[in-house]
Design a protein around this ligand. Structure first.
Ligand SMILES: O=c1[nH]cnc2c1ncn2[C@H]1C[C@H](O)[C@@H](CO)O1
Ligand SMILES: [Zn+2]
Length: 361
C-alpha cells in the first residue's frame, strides 16, 4: 500500500522535474505488456508481487544494483503500443497525485530493440503524454507534460540524443539529461553533447552528486554547464556543519549563489545509500540554507512512491511545513525548462491560488 496522504498535501498543486518514465510504470501494465509481447523473464507474476519485487530489489544500498531493476520495464517499452500506454498512464498517475506540471525523462536509445527509430520513440511517448493530458483534463485534473531526453552515461550516444532533443525542442521535448551509473562515468565524457546544447541555447540537467560526490557536481556545472543538478545531494560534502553555523565551501557557495536547482529525490537516495533517513536527509539542511531545492520522485515504481508521499515524509519526519512545500513547488516551477512566461502563468494562475485555497500564502 502506498502511503495514505493528508488531504491538504494530496490537494496541493505539485511540480515534478525529475521522474523517469521507465521508473514509473504500473506493475499491472508491465505484466500485461510482457504477456502481449512474449517477454517471459519477469521475476513475479501478480501485480502485488511484482510491485514488491521492484521495491525490495531497488532497496539495495547501491545505485548500480538499483539500476539493474530497469531491465524489466525497459523490456516492455520496445513497441509503440507499450510506449504510448506507459506515457499516457504516467500523465494520468501524476495528475491524480496533484501534479500540474511534469518533466518526464526517458532514454530513447534504450527503446530500439523492437525496431523503432529514435524519432518514433520520441513521437510515440509524446503522443502518449498528449492523450494523457486530454484524459486528465476531462477528469478535472489538468496537467502539462514535457519530455526530457536522457542519454546513458556509460554509452556513446549522447551527442546523437542531444541533437534529437534540439530537433524536437518545439515538439514537446523541453531538455536533455544524462543518467546511469555515476562512478567511473564522469559527465565530462559527454562534453561534446553539452557544448553542442549550449551553442543551441538548449537546456539540460545532469545526474550528479548521487552515486559519486563533489568532483561529479563540479564537472557537471563548471565543465559541462548544467542548468540543473539531478540529485546533487552530495553538495552537503562541501558544507561544514561542525561549528556554530554551517560554512559553505566554494562549490556549495557557487551552487547557492547561482541559484542552481537541485532535483532532490529523498526516497531514491535512501534506497541507493546516498542518505540515511528522511529526518537526516540533506534536503532539509539545504532548504534551511535557501539552496534552490525541489522535491522529486525519481522512480515511482522502484521507490513505491508519489510526489505527495515524498512531501509527506518531509512534513512528518523532517519538520517541513506546508509553506515549505509551497516554496519548493515554486522553486521547481521557476526551474522548469519551458519558457519563462509559461512558467510564470502556472505559478500565478495555478500554484499560488492552489496553496491559497489551503490557507497558505
Ligand atoms: O537515480 C538515477 N540515477 C542514475 N540513473 C538513473 C536513475 N534513475 C533512473 N536512472 C536510469 C535508468 C533508466 O533506464 C534511465 C532512463 O530513464 O535512467
Ligand atoms: Zn534519476
Amino acid at each position: 500500500m502506498r502511503m495514505e496522504l493528508r488531504p491538504d498535501i494530496a490537494a496541493a498543486p505539485k511540480v515534478l522535474l525529475h521522474d523517469h518514465l521507465d521508473g514509473g510504470v504500473r506493475p499491472q501494465t508491465v505484466i500485461e505488456l510482457a504477456d502481449a509481447t512474449g517477454y517471459d523473464a519477469l521475476p513475479a507474476k501478480s501485480e502485488a508481487e511484482l510491485g514488491e519485487w521492484f521495491r525490495t530489489s531497488a532497496d539495495s544500498g547501491s545505485l548500480e544494483r538499483y539500476l539493474e531493476t530497469f531491465a524489466h520495464t525497459v523490456a516492455v517499452m520496445q513497441t509503440t503500443d507499450g510506449l504510448f500506454r506507459i506515457a499516457m498512464e504516467c500523465a494520468l498517475d501524476l495528475a491524480a497525485d496533484g501534479v500540474v506540471y511534469a518533466e518526464s525523462r526517458f532514454a530513447p536509445e534504450l527503446h530500439l530493440e523492437g525496431g523503432l527509430s529514435l524519432e518514433e520513440v520520441v513521437e510515440t511517448v509524446n503522443a502518449g503524454f498528449r492523450a494523457g493530458e486530454v484524459l486528465a483534463a476531462e477528469q478535472g485534473k489538468p496537467i502539462r507534460m514535457a519530455a526530457l531526453l536522457t542519454a546513458m552515461r556509460h554509452a556513446a550516444k549522447s551527442r546523437e540524443i542531444a541533437e534529437l532533443a534540439v530537433r524536437y525542442r518545439d515538439l514537446g521535448v523541453a531538455g536533455f539529461d544524462i543518467a546511469g551509473a555515476e562512478a567511473g562515468y564522469p559527465p565530462s565524457r559527454h562534453l561534446d553533447a553539452f557544448e553542442y546544447l549550449q551553442r543551441e541555447n538548449a537546456h539540460f540537467t545532469i545526474h550528479a552528486g548521487e552515486g559519486f560526490g563533489l568532483p561529479s557536481i563540479w564537472e557537471a556545472i563548471q565543465w559541462c554547464g548544467a542548468d540543473r543538478l539531478g540529485h546533487g545531494v552530495r553538495i552537503v560534502d562541501d558544507i561544514d556543519v561542525t561549528g556554530e553555523r554551517p560554512v559553505l565551501g566554494r562549490l556549495a557557495a557557487y551552487v547557492r549563489d547561482s541559484r542552481i536547482p537541485l532535483e532532490m529525490c529523498p526516497t531514491s537516495n535512501l534506497q541507493t545509500g546516498a542518505a540515511a533517513s528522511y529526518a537526516e536527509h540533506p534536503v532539509t539542511l539545504l532548504k534551511d540554507l535557501r539552496f534552490r531545492v525541489t522535491i522529486n520522485t525519481d522512480n515511482r515504481l522502484m521507490s513505491h512512491t508519489t510526489l505527495g508521499a515524498e512531501m509527506q515524509h518531509l512534513v512528518e519526519e523532517a519538520g517541513w511545513s506546508l509553506a515549505d512545500l509551497r516554496w519548493a513547488t515554486i522553486n521547481a516551477m521557476k526551474s522548469a525548462f519551458i519558457p519563462f512566461d509559461e512558467r510564470l502563468a502556472l505559478i500565478d494562475e495555478v500554484i499560488k491560488p492552489g496553496y491559497h485555497a489551503l490557507g497558505v500564502g
